[in-house]
Design a protein around this ligand. Structure first.
Ligand code: ASP
Length: 590
């Protein structure tokens, strides 16, 4: 080995040791006589001080530039009290080199590595190997390693077996577009990259493994949106002989443990459990950010016979009227109100009604003149409003009220600083409908995946009212994002065929797409359930970043392209010939 010690590991206790270090020139300061080099390696950095008295080493230090790779042999000595640097772990010591050798020179990097300056993301990704040298960037990738190791240790300790499933498979059903891989052996035929190992993990349960997990790469060819990536990693897990509470209990223990090990612990333990319908009614979304309140209150009752047209007609059409109470914000500025109104409009609302309850009993509201004193009092009571509070109100269909007030709540969370960084607020959501109607396709579709089981008491509803069947599905949310979910599965052929039939698969299509699952269910399938938990999103919360690319070593750019490798790229005609493919060039890029 060229080195026997990591730069970042040196401490006062190492004083007097002769060490062999190797790493990169992080920073170099030439003070005329003395030259200081901060030498950086994967554990951190340490200061080396070159004295002209050692001419050979001093000459190397003189020539060295940022990001050159050096090997240094030297003695560890304490820094003088005045030069101790409390900001770095090695700040009490420095190394006095006896020998210094250049292992590699470096061009001037295209951006600063030793300063956390903003750099254009495409440039960062093109030179990701240099970007990853930046200590903050590298720290997040190391954190990812630690978290995944924690997960592996936790599950292995509970008897789970890690099984790799193939990535060249047949299409799997997570509702996204597949990435396809053409087959050379069978021109015109394609493999699909897995959207998840769903089918294979169910087969592992039929095979008798009982407890499976995998840190699995999943591929979904979706259009690019913020924080969507074409390939994501999930903790994929399946268990036999379990119900919802077994899987949820296990995952909750794991995630609370992660939150404690790598953060301040969960905001609430046990994690709150929300019923889907209740959650939609209170927050307008199935993944509410519970770091803060601002729940919706239904204020329709006292307004049933209101003379205010907007309210009256919303209720007459079967709609709703809901309010968010913003404590002590009766004095919101015109401009703030206008901005929130625009945000509400983004969710489909025609406007945002406001009632400010000024201290002293005065009411500040453009709609006050349409409301009786009794109506105003009724509304305030239902919203739990007191003097000083502001009510933000939307009257419309249930969907529009939910979508627009959710946006308003989310914006308030940002504007009022309620999304406290570092807080880890988990919640379970259960009670989802199994199916949703797709009018344009005239069929039902699974809200999550087609193998999710349903409550046994809802069996009749599959015939009479499929939209009301409740799935045995559970999603875990963290700070307003869905970070995973799963279900207790259907484990008999008849039920599975029934559900696929509602989705309008013909017998042939069922056998073609899901035949392997259907057949396996006839050979002694145990009751089973599991989850797929997104690793990237969890890491984002633990690392405190809003950018999913920060937690991935080699991410695609936000365009979905890969500036590092230059992918995707054209291929040789010969390769296409072998695959029996021809490129039709007049297809528009997305
Ligand atoms: N297959 C699901 C997914 O990838 C997770 C699960 O139900 O286990 O989202």
């Amino acid at each position: 080995m060229l080195k026997d010690t990591y730069c970042g590991d040196l401490r006062a206790a190492d004083t007097g040791r002769t060490v062999r270090l190797a790493g990169w020139v992080h920073r170099r300061r030439d003070h005329g006589g003395l030259i200081f080099i901060d030498l950086r390696d994967s554990h951190g950095l340490v200061q080396a001080v070159f004295d002209p008295g050692n001419a050979a080493a001093h000459e190397v230090a003189h020539r060295a530039r940022s990001e050159w790779v050096l090997a240094i042999e030297g003695t560890v000595q304490p820094r003088s009290p005045a030069t101790v640097n409390r900001n770095i772990p090695t700040g009490e010591v420095e190394v006095i080199p006896t020998r210094c050798e250049v292992l590699a020179e470096s061009e001037t990097p295209p951006f600063y590595i030793n300063e956390p300056v903003e750099v254009d993301e495409t440039l960062r990704l093109k030179y990701r190997y240099l970007d990853l040298r930046r200590p903050d960037v590298a720290r997040t990738i190391r954190l990812r390693h630690e978290v995944v190791r924690y997960i592996r240790d936790f599950l292995a300790g509970r008897g789970f077996v890690e099984v790799e499933t193939p990535t060249l498979i047949k299409s799997t059903p997570e509702g996204a577009r597949d990435f396809l891989v053409p087959s050379r052996m069978r021109p015109g035929h394609f493999f699909a990259l897995p959207q998840s190992p769903q089918i294979l993990k169910q087969l592992l349960m039929v095979a008798g493994f009982e407890k499976y997990f995998q840190i699995a790469r999943c591929y979904r060819d979706e259009d690019f949106r913020a924080n969507r990536v074409a390939e994501h990693t999930q903790l994929d897990l399946e268990m036999s002989f379990v119900d919802e509470s077994d899987v949820m209990g296990l995952i909750e223990e794991l995630y609370a443990g992660i939150a404690r090990e790598f953060g301040p612990g969960p905001q609430s333990s046990p994690f709150p459990r929300l019923d889907y319908a209740d959650c939609m009614a209170r927050f307008g979304i199935d993944r509410p950010d519970l770091r803060y309140g601002l729940e919706f209150a239904s204020i329709a009752e006292p307004l049933r016979s209101s003379s205010f047209q907007v309210f009256a007609s919303a209720l007459a059409a079967g709609g709703e009227i809901k309010a968010i109470r913003v404590p002590s914000k009766a004095d919101m500025t015109r401009r703030e109100i206008d901005e929130l109104t625009e945000i509400a409009r983004g969710g489909g609302a025609k406007g945002l009604a406001t009632i400010g309850l000024l201290p002293g009993g005065e009411v500040r509201s453009p709609i006050a003149k349409f409301l009786t004193g009794g109506e105003l009092r009724g509304v305030s009571t239902l919203a739990g409003a007191a003097e000083g509070d502001m009510l933000l109100i939307v009257a419309d269909t249930r969907e529009v009220v939910a979508a627009s007030l959710h946006r308003v709540r989310d914006a308030l969370g940002d504007r009022l600083g309620l999304k406290t960084p570092g807080v880890l607020s988990f919640a379970w959501v259960t009670g989802f409908p199994l199916l949703e109607w797709r009018p344009e396709e005239d069929r039902w579709d699974a809200t999550h995946n087609p193998f999710s089981g349903f409550r046994p008491e809802d069996r009749e509803l599959l015939d009479s009212d499929p939209g009301r069947v409740v799935a045995r599905q559970y999603d875990l949310t963290l700070n307003g994002a869905e970070i995973g979910g799963g279900s207790v599965r259907i484990s008999n052929r008849a039920d599975q065929e029934k559900v696929l039939g509602l989705m309008k698969y013909t017998r042939e299509q069922m056998q073609d797409r899901f035949g392997v699952v259907l057949d396996s269910l006839e050979f002694g399938a145990p009751p089973m359930g599991g989850v797929g938990m997104g690793i990237d999103r969890l890491l984002m919360s633990l690392a405190g970043t809003e950018n999913i690319r920060d937690v991935i070593a080699f991410p695609k750019a936000s365009s979905g392209l890969d500036p590092l490798m230059g992918a995707p790229s054209p291929v040789d005609v010969g390769q296409l010939d072998e695959l029996g493919l021809r490129v039709v060039t007049d297809v528009e890029p997305v």
